[in-house]
Ligand binder design. Structure first.
Ligand SMILES: [Zn+2]
Ligand SMILES: [Zn+2]
Length: 120
C-alpha cells in the first residue's frame, strides 16, 4: 500500500498514543518508579551507578560485555549429559557434546544412518 498525504488522518491515533505514554510516565513518576530504579549496582563490578534505561544492568557497556562473556563461558563448561551414552560429564573445552571420542564417533555414525529419515 502506498501512503498518500491523505493518510495524515492517522494523526488522531498518533496523538492518542502519545497521550497514553505521557499518562504512563506521570503515573511512574508519582509512584516513585524512577527514583527506585535509578540507583542500582552493576552486575559485573558491583559499583553503584545511575541507570539511564529501565533495562540498564551495568555501569558501562564494557561491563555488560564482560559479564555476558563470563556467563557464556560458564555455560559452555557446565556438566552435561553425553549425547551418545547420556552420562553426565564436565566438558574440558567448549561445545563438547560427548564424554569421549568414541561416543562422538558412535553418535556420528547413528546420525548418518538416519539422515534420510529424521535428522536434517
Ligand atoms: Zn560495572
Ligand atoms: Zn558418552
Amino acid at each position: 500500500m502506498w501512503f498518500t498525504p491523505n493518510t495524515l488522518d492517522d494523526y488522531g491515533y498518533v496523538k492518542g498514543h502519545y497521550e497514553r505514554r505521557v499518562a504512563r510516565e506521570r503515573k511512574r513518576k508519582e509512584s516513585g518508579y524512577y527514583k527506585a530504579a535509578r540507583k542500582v549496582n552493576c552486575l559485573e563490578c558491583g559499583k553503584e551507578f545511575t541507570r539511564l534505561r529501565k533495562s540498564g544492568l551495568y555501569c558501562t557497556p564494557r561491563c555488560g560485555d564482560n559479564h555476558r562473556r563470563k556467563e557464556k563461558s560458564k555455560e559452555l563448561y557446565l556438566p552435561k549429559p553425553c549425547l551418545n551414552c547420556g552420562i553426565v560429564f564436565k566438558p574440558d573445552r567448549p561445545r563438547l557434546n560427548y564424554c569421549k571420542y568414541s561416543c562422538y564417533r558412535a553418535d556420528y555414525r547413528k546420525r548418518k544412518k538416519v539422515a534420510g529419515e529424521s535428522y536434517t
